[in-house]
Design a protein around this ligand. Sequence first.
Ligand SMILES: [Zn+2]
Length: 505
Amino acid sequence: MIEMNSRKFYITTAIPYVNAAPHIGHALEFIQADAIARHRKVNGYDVFLTTGADENSLKNVQAAEKLKITPEELTKRNAQAFSQMADKVNLHYDAFVRSSIREEHWPGVEKIWELCNKSGDIYKKSYSGLYCVGCELFYTEKELENGLCPEHKTRPELVEEENYFFRLSKYQKQIEELISSGKLKIIPDNRKNEVLTFIREGLEDFSISRSVKRARGWGVPVPGDSSQIVYVWFDALGLYLTAIGYGKDEVRFKKWWPANVHVIGKGIIKFHALYWPGILLSAGIALPESILVHGYVTAEGQKMSKSIGNIVDPIPLIEKYGTDKLRYYLLKEIPTFEDGNFAEKNLEECINNELVGNLGNFIHRTLTFVWTKYAGSIKKFELTPEEMVFIKNISSKAQEVDVLLLENKLREGMLKILEIGNDANRYFQANAPWEIIKTDKEKAERIMFVCTNVCRIVSGLLYPFLPESSEKLLALQNEKPMDFARLLGIKAAKINEPHIVFDKI
Ligand SMILES: [Zn+2]
């Protein structure tokens, strides 16, 4: 136990551009990161979760211009929308960082810049290239699809100016070796292979500054050159460091860095798997342990886009269904590492058939039976060999949930809990305690002894996925969220008056 408590776990979500309101894809990422963090936390890790707002982008300046407000006003407003969504989806964060907050973030960015400069990896050159403002990225001709940005389907603008460049090419071999050996783990494997293929085609140096004019003076000034602003990605990636004290509080920084996992969407893999390791290697800062890449959420079978007008806003869904029902749906129905589809009818079916029909049914039947027939108390029994087999099967599935969550396989973990729910419902049905009790109260209590233990296990396993519901269910059993090993200890039960936690839509 002491050893467990000494383990630290630093996890980050991507730091979203806050040029528009958050959508269901952001909610998915927040919920995924939160489920992973809660799993570690409940199992004895010391956890720190960083999220925030990437605000120093050209996109924000343009969005603010359109709305006739200042970038400060726009970013403050949009950052608020993101932190509100974080609260609504029950993302428990330790830091919500904003890159426009000078005193918090800028000294760290300057420090990274100076370290890279000292390594001889920053140089100035005149440059012209095709720039997508949506991506905040220069594209080469061959990366475009029919001359358009593959992400935004818009024509990038030709930009010509003198910029500072980062010598990424120097780190090509090193980054390739780190990723292929798994020292820097890219999850899942197909994303890792995609990155390796990209690296083997050759890494080019990239621009890490903008003219003050083009950036409209918005962003972190380049140390020692007031005519240039630090490129938004160079600045934003640094948030992972400054959130935990880099550039201000070395003790705190050393406690948490390196990150154990960066959770990101597939669209920004290049920045995290190529640029970020390059910058860190140059600055002599340790690399993160892993990068978890999730896919995109489509809406009712179509890619979400402003022009189609089918962007799914998670807030009304939470207001209609509640946080845990949305969490359940996104964690269970969307494959953790691939694209998935959001369909409201499907959400309702999943809730009614699985969460309510399977897990809710078993839990509520068990608790109600124990409350009404045994005044809430079930004593401890010695397990018979048959009962032992059943409980062992449940325990080994519970341990598999733990392993799956350690591998960040959230969907598979949830599916495993549903399997336990099916086993438990079958056990209750086959043993028919409502019949047995008529002739043998002791024998029926024995059945309920097994059921209450499984009920506690299921309720506890749900904690990373559905924290609020799990806490409610455990409270009905006079328990609190606990580490998964302790969850499996077989014991007597004391139930409070039950109420329905998972209700039908
Ligand atoms: Zn783009």
